[in-house]
Design a protein around this ligand. Structure first.
Ligand SMILES: NC(=O)c1ccc[n+]([C@@H]2O[C@H](COP(=O)([O-])OP(=O)(O)OC[C@H]3O[C@@H](n4cnc5c(N)ncnc54)[C@H](OP(=O)(O)O)[C@@H]3O)[C@@H](O)[C@H]2O)c1
Length: 295
């Protein structure tokens, strides 16, 4: 009978809500866990459950082959890793789950490679409550053979989906996800502010908000059209959208609610109309937004 390998030692550096959930998931599954955090007191609960708090970053790095970085961004990563002798990074598999741009993520992979470490980039698509749940997903990119070799350890956190060798790919997919997430969630905060100005609680508009933010039928409809460059205004016209967004802006202004967000929307819609897309679908905004990218 082949024996099941013992759970691999894991180091978790960065103990915000996400890193704490990750270290906890490894402890739950019997992995020897070493942790380090700039603010050591955040490790208290984990130490009580059996984690070892490393006194230095160097000690944390050398405790395990697999080092999970759960830091705010790559500036934080350099700030932490530069505390250690670079030799401590040699031979490590650095599972870099901190958010940053694809370009900065490629730079981080090169920086780590210069020190003898391999980076697996991860984009975690769940809040901390989903860590340890195989129904949650993390997108990874980086060397396939390194991913395969450590897949069992990665899957303690979430399902692990390898999306390519380029270390920037997982960062790009993560930032695409966050582009959708933050803009949609801010739309919800705006609606709650408007609701509140009219004496409505979040609970009062919960079914309305849930329905409005389920955009799946629109995405299914527009996705093939956009890929085909088809912005026919047969079901919606940008000019109609611009009039509607103006009503949104004025309703928020009348209620004394901040109008930064609806004003920005109206500016984009009006720019599309001015560019001659008034009779096209609002999907033509993809062209308008692409044309101004990077300005
Ligand atoms: N929370 C979520 O729902 C969620 C979901 C998906 C992905 N993510 C991503 O996962 C990562 C971690 O998330 P989180 O919510 O745990 O983040 P967080 O609250 O920002 O905490 C991250 C950690 O970064 C450390 N840190 C920040 N700047 C530092 C610096 N200059 N030097 C040393 N340490 C520094 C903090 O240390 P201190 O404790 O000392 O401040 C903390 O341990 C982020 O990149 C986030 O975008 C988060």
């Amino acid at each position: 009978m082949p024996s099941t390998p013992a759970p691999a030692p894991v180091t978790v550096i960065g103990l915000g809500p996400m890193g704490r959930a990750m270290a906890g998931a490894y402890l739950d599954r019997g992995h020897p866990v070493t942790v380090w955090n700039r603010t050591p007191s955040r490790a208290d609960g984990l130490v009580g459950r059996g984690a070892r708090l490393a006194a230095t970053v160097e000690e944390a790095l050398t405790a395990s082959e697999v080092v999970v970085l759960s830091l705010t961004d790559h500036d934080a990563m350099y700030a932490v890793l530069e505390r250690a002798d670079p030799a401590a990074l040699a031979g490590r598999v650095v599972v870099n789950l901190g958010s940053d741009t694809p370009e900065r993520t490629r730079e981080a992979a090169a920086w780590l490679a210069e020190r003898g470490a391999v980076q697996l980039t991860g984009g975690v698509l769940t809040p901390p409550g989903g860590i340890g749940d195989p129904g949650s997903t993390t997108l990874y990119s980086g060397p396939r053979e390194v991913f395969d070799a450590h897949r069992v350890t990665l899957e303690v956190l979430t399902a692990a989906d390898h999306r390519g060798e380029d270390p920037g790919t997982a960062a790009l997919l993560y930032q695409l996800n966050m582009t959708l997430f933050w803009t949609a969630l801010t739309a919800y905060w705006q609606a709650l502010a408007l609701a509140g100005a009219h004496g409505l609680k979040a609970a009062d508009i919960l079914p309305l908000a849930t329905g409005a933010l389920d955009l799946s039928q629109f995405l299914d409809f527009y996705s093939p059209r956009v890929d085909a460059g088809d912005h026919t205004g047969d079901v919606d016209r940008l000019a109609m959208g611009a009039a509607s967004v103006a009503h949104v802006l004025h309703t928020n202004a009348d209620a004394g609610v901040d109008t930064t967000l609806p004003a920005a929307l109206l500016e984009i819609f009006e720019r599309g109309v001015a560019a001659g897309h008034g009779g096209d679908s609002s999907s033509s905004l993809v062209e308008v937004l692409s044309a101004t990218s990077g300005r």
